[in-house]
Structure formats: structure tokens, C-alpha cells
Design a protein around this ligand. Structure first.
Ligand SMILES: C[S@@+](CC[C@H](N)C(=O)[O-])C[C@H]1O[C@@H](n2cnc3c(N)ncnc32)[C@H](O)[C@@H]1O
Length: 271
């Protein structure tokens, strides 16, 4: 069991001895106003005690926070992320391709082991620039792919996928795919009521590899790759813990691109 999963169990089993085991199984969250408290008082101390890696990482992070140059660095990074340019787009694309390759070396994640007939199927809900796609399509020639990404006009990244790739690309805001997420009735007074989009994927349209979002469209035994932030935050830890209950999970922080950020990838296979 990973230290994180143990920490999640310990939240209820050791620190809240009066809670019933059913509460643990149901993965009940603390009240929202106590979520920060739980992370600070339960998950962080537990990991500090159990994990050398977490202790070392916390020290390094503290040094970063104490250094004012860190603020300048992050400001420049945010500026670059917000400003699309040929140079930035090229850099970002090559970065994501390298990250995809590293994820693959680590967990063989892009090699689809399909048990059904037909070509391997891949879904990416946040596709641009398309670095993972290139890796995934290279490892699975002939696969069929569906990809969504935010239009460039709404601040999204530009797709770098060659036009001749077998990818059905749709540029839209995935937060407007209420129907695809199972919410078919939108209250008329919802501020985004007129912006929600018609269903894009068929209910039974399943994929072997799902990147970002879309667990409900994953084939049984498929693989899901998800970018997460701050492992010790309550919501992140709870998501990882929940996935660990029904899949085999690996957490990876790629060397390139994310060494100075809180982000990391969760690879859930055999879902
Ligand atoms: C970290 S990048 C994903 C990298 C990508 N999977 C790859 O392999 O190159 C996140 C992408 O999600 C897009 N995005 C952000 N918000 C979105 C939204 N609401 N709907 C669709 N795409 C979104 C961004 O424009 C960006 O292209």
C-alpha cells in the first residue's frame, strides 16, 4: 500500500477512532471548511513521518517559497503560458512529447493491450498541443482517436497534430459537456444554461486509453492518465485513494517540465 493510501486510511481509522468503518469505505470527506485542516493536520504529518522523499521534498519546497526569485520565475512562467506564440507553442509541444515518452518508459502506459476486436481507441479531453497523442499513436499504429481541446480563440493551446493523423479533433470547452458527464437536465436559471453543448460521445463509446477526463468512457481494464496537483491536498489525496480501490495506480513526476511545480501524473491501469 502506498504511503498516501495509508495516510488516507489513517485519517479515519487512527485519527478519528469514533468514525465507523462504513465511513471509511464510503470515503466520506470532512466538512468543506475542514478540508485544509485535514490536509495540514493529518496527511502532511503522516507523510512527514512515513516518507523520506516527502520530507526532502517539503524542505526543498520551503526553500523555494522563502526565495523571492521564485515569485519572478513563476510570474514569467504564467506569462509564457498565457501568451501563445510560435516559439512557446513549439516549446510546449516538445515538452509534452518528452513527458509522454517518460511516462511511457516508466509504465508502458501508451502501449494498448486490447482484448476486444478492432483498432485501439484513445480519448483525450484536453488534447492540445497533442504531445501525448503523438506518443500514443506512434505506439499504437492504426488506432482511432477522439480529442477535445479549448479553441485558441478562448485561450486554448494550438494543436500541433499533423492533419493526416487519424484523430477526430473537436475544439470546445469540455466544462460545457454536461450531457456527456451525465447531467441531462440543466436548470433554466443556471448562468451557463445556453452555453452547455449537446452530447459529443455516445453513451457506450468506450476507449482503451483515456487522457485527462472521461472515466465513464474507459473500457474495462483500460488505462487512464491524469494530471494532478499537490498530492497532499485533501481532494487530490482522496481521488488517488479512490482510484486505488478499483485500479492499479502509479504516480509519476516527470523530470522535465514539472520538477518545480506541484503537479504530477496519476496513471491508473487495469481499471
Ligand atoms: C496540459 S495541456 C494538455 C497536454 C496534452 N494532453 C498533450 O498531450 O499535449 C492542457 C490542455 O487543455 C486545454 N484546456 C484547458 N481548459 C480546457 C477546457 N475547459 N476545455 C478543453 N480544453 C481545455 C488547454 O488549452 C491545453 O491545451
Amino acid at each position: 500500500m502506498s504511503p498516501m493510501v495509508e495516510a488516507m486510511e489513517s485519517v479515519f481509522l487512527h485519527n478519528m477512532p469514533n468514525e465507523s468503518p462504513q465511513t471509511v469505505e464510503g470515503a466520506t470527506s470532512p466538512p468543506s471548511e475542514r478540508v485544509g485542516d485535514f490536509a495540514r493536520k493529518v496527511i502532511v504529518p503522516y507523510l512527514m513521518e512515513q516518507s523520506d522523499e516527502f520530507r526532502e521534498h517539503s524542505l526543498l519546497r520551503q526553500r523555494g517559497w522563502n526565495n523571492p526569485k521564485g515569485d519572478d520565475y513563476l510570474r514569467a512562467q504564467r506569462r509564457n503560458a498565457d501568451q501563445s506564440s510560435v516559439k512557446n507553442d513549439f516549446y510546449f509541444h516538445s515538452l509534452v512529447k518528452d513527458i509522454g515518452e517518460e511516462l511511457h518508459q516508466f509504465g508502458n502506459i501508451f502501449a494498448i493491450n486490447r482484448t476486444q476486436e478492432g483498432p485501439p481507441k484513445i480519448l483525450d479531453m484536453c488534447m492540445a498541443p497533442g504531445g501525448f497523442w503523438e506518443t500514443a499513436l506512434k505506439k499504437n499504429p492504426g488506432s482511432q482517436a477522439v480529442a477535445f481541446s479549448l479553441p485558441v480563440t478562448c485561450g486554448g493551446h494550438k494543436s500541433q497534430l499533423p492533419k493526416d493523423m487519424n484523430v477526430d479533433q473537436k475544439f470546445l470547452d469540455v466544462t460545457m459537456l454536461a450531457s456527456d458527464m451525465g447531467a441531462h437536465e440543466i436548470p433554466k436559471d443556471h448562468p451557463d444554461a445556453i452555453n452547455f453543448l449537446p452530447q459529443q460521445l455516445r453513451q457506450n463509446q468506450l476507449f482503451d486509453l483515456v487522457i485527462s477526463l472521461g472515466l465513464e468512457h474507459l473500457n474495462p481494464r483500460g488505462t487512464m492518465v491524469k494530471l494532478l496537483h499537490q498530492l497532499e491536498a485533501w481532494d487530490t489525496a482522496k481521488l488517488v485513494w479512490t482510484f486505488a480501490k478499483f485500479s492499479s495506480i502509479k504516480l509519476l513526476k516527470p523530470k522535465r517540465g514539472q520538477a518545480k511545480r506541484s503537479s504530477f501524473y496519476m496513471i491508473a491501469s487495469k481499471v
